[in-house]
Design a protein around this ligand. Structure first.
Ligand code: NAP
Length: 327
């Protein structure tokens, strides 16, 4: 395994594995025995960066989520896991009632929600301190200042370590960080966005982002990261939910003329290296400039093994340049 530092403050920064594990479907779609086997193998291979959220996976049973955090809590207790494993969680997108969702009825990012939801996550996970806590989605009903102060209060009382943000417009991330800096408070340092080798159209509205998806790491976000090397990009859905292995799963916003050229470049490098396309994607992210920390979900130990092997795959500068240039 290889490791990277996330965060800059010596009191909160952590050394994490360059491949993060997504636990979104653990305890719901993925049964407990399989989830535990994947988690055990990930830790055995040196992995120490696991991702969940207070709302995972509410859509699988029409509830409010929490199954993933609860499973991770049971796994931690049964294995005697301490703070050597970084478990990142998120708040803000938990539906307020069963049968609703994060588009129509999210908990949001008020000071009350930040305080109470972080407390519930700590209970489900069995943690004194959340090593990394993200704001999951934007909340336009609450002043940014209130959210910034609420997150910082958790750091001050020692119940949160690093702060992160997901699916926010880059200007909101920058404004929140500027508000925090001006007040001498800790700001968001870990940015979680969808990112993979294939590039989506960004002008396709969806239910959450009617102006075009804010969830994808686009050129504005990558430019921001280059300017702020202390920030880390964590890439969710790096394997496009299995679409590289199952092309029929490719989402509609990837159906455009740039996709075949990028897929062909990936396949070419996969042939040259003897690796799978999934592994080339992950290795390309890990060794990229700026580096990207892929957060992959898996439903079996076999998939995890394939993804872990990507950590040791070194692409040549020429292969990297070819992958970057394809369009
Ligand atoms: N911040 C956010 O808004 C947000 C949004 C989405 C996800 N996330 C986080 O990111 C994590 C990963 O996201 P994701 O599950 O969407 O991403 P993903 O890693 O792109 O897809 C995971 C799926 O890809 C398939 N897969 C994985 N490895 C494979 C392999 N080696 N060969 C073939 N198929 C493989 C599996 O599908 P099958 O099970 O069908 O085989 C697996 O369930 C989540 O667990 C969650 O923690 C965050």
């Amino acid at each position: 395994m290889k490791y990277r530092t996330i965060g800059t403050d010596p009191t909160t920064r952590r050394e994490v594995s360059v491949l993060a594990l997504g636990a979104m479907l653990f305890g719901s779609v993925t049964d407990e025995a399989t989830s535990f086997a994947v988690l055990d193998r990930y830790v055995e291979a040196g992995g120490n960066f696991i991702d969940t959220s207070d709302n995972y996976a509410f859509w699988t049973d029409g509830g409010q989520g929490g199954q993933s955090e609860e499973l991770l809590g049971r796994w931690r207790r049964s294995r005697g896991i301490g703070d050597e494993i970084v478990i990142a969680t998120k708040l803000g997108a938990r539906p307020l009632a069963p049968g609703t969702g994060y588009t129509d009825n999210p908990e949001g990012l008020s000071a009350k929600v930040v305080r109470e939801s972080a407390e519930r996550s700590r209970e489900r996970l069995g943690l004194e301190k959340l090593d990394l806590l993200y704001a999951h989605i934007e909340d336009h009903t609450v002043p940014l200042q209130e959210t910034v102060e609420a997150f910082a209060a958790l750091v001050a009382e020692g119940t949160a370590g690093l702060l992160g943000v997901s699916n926010h417009a880059v200007w909101r991330v920058e404004r929140a960080r500027a508000l925090a800096a001006a007040a001498g408070l800790p700001g968001y340092e870990v940015l979680q966005y969808a990112h993979t080798d294939l590039r989506p159209r960004t002008d396709v509205p969806d239910a959450l982002f009617p102006d075009g998806s804010l969830g994808h790491a686009g050129p504005d976000l990558l430019g921001y990261l280059r300017a702020e090397p202390g920030l880390t990009l964590v890439a969710y859905s790096p394997l496009l939910k299995g679409a590289y292995a199952h092309p029929e799963r490719l989402p509609a916003d990837f159906d455009h003329p740039g996709t075949p050229a990028r897929l062909e470049a990936l396949r070419e490098v996969a042939r040259e290296t003897g690796a799978s396309v999934n592994q080339v994607v992950l290795a390309w992210q890990i060794g990229g400039e700026p580096p990207v920390l892929p957060l992959a979900g898996v439903s079996s130990v076999a998939q995890l093994e394939e993804n872990l092997a990507a950590v040791d795959l070194e692409l040549t500068p020429e292969q990297r340049a070819r992958l970057d240039a394809a369009h």
